[in-house]
Design a protein around this ligand. Sequence first.
Ligand code: AMP
Length: 286
Amino acid sequence: MSLVVINKIDEIREIIKEYKKQGKSIALVPTMGCLHEGHKSLMEKAHSIADITVISVFVNPIQFCPGEDYDRYPRTLEQDKIVAESAGVDIIFAPSVNEMYPNLQKFSDLTMVVPPYELTDIMCGKSRVGHFDGVETVVTKLFNIVQPDFACFGMKDIQQLFLIKKMVKDLNIPVEIIDCPLVREESGLALSSRNKYLSETEKTDALTISKSLFAIKESFKIGIKYTKKLFDVCLTNLSKNVELEYLEFVDADTFKHTDTINSKTICAIAARVGNVRLIDNIILEV
Ligand code: AMP
């Protein structure tokens, strides 16, 4: 089957209905487009586990905070089609903002899906207030529209992945969430659509983000278990041109802070290079 691009909710519902009638399984990969190898790994995973692979390409306005990069976020649908096709995608669902939110000018009117405060008062949820309300709301809408059997999410956005899994469990949404590993450039830099914003010198500075995470992992391996000490390891490795937003250590099972590394601990970072905000994380397995 060749790739089709669908913009309308009613239209994709009809297509999905037909596939379901034929007993075909559906996997969904939600994205904001500007697809790279990280996204591609999710699409390939989806393609390997389901009969039909659907991706959404939608820059979701309600997950951006005021002053963030919603307007300048790269929109590259023509190029995205090529990447999606090469990964075996069957359908790109690329709705307009009006199709997803016909009443967005009256934002207060929208029913939202809101994750628990204690899981969003850390990491990205703390620095991007309301971000995960926007994410969970759009992902719920996409699940209701596409009704996938599987949905693939990247470990690059580790807090998002945790919250989506919890949402699916708490709200009994009948979809299996598939964790997909974080994909990096050979240099170590985590792939991100926002890397496009970086100049060459900024990219060199950005590299110290993953470098500091790798240094933390090495220190941990030789026995340093106190997060305060690991924090210092991070600062030593981070370029002076990188402004640290947070470096947090959380337990992978609970997403609660840990002072010492005792079980599977996630070390997550957000930082600014120039006016580009980047995130990365590493799992310190005992
Ligand atoms: P985005 O388009 O940035 O909203 O990302 C869409 C999906 O791709 C999310 O599940 C992300 O976690 C995932 N993703 C983005 N970058 C990477 C990466 N470098 N490695 C793995 N997954 C990624």
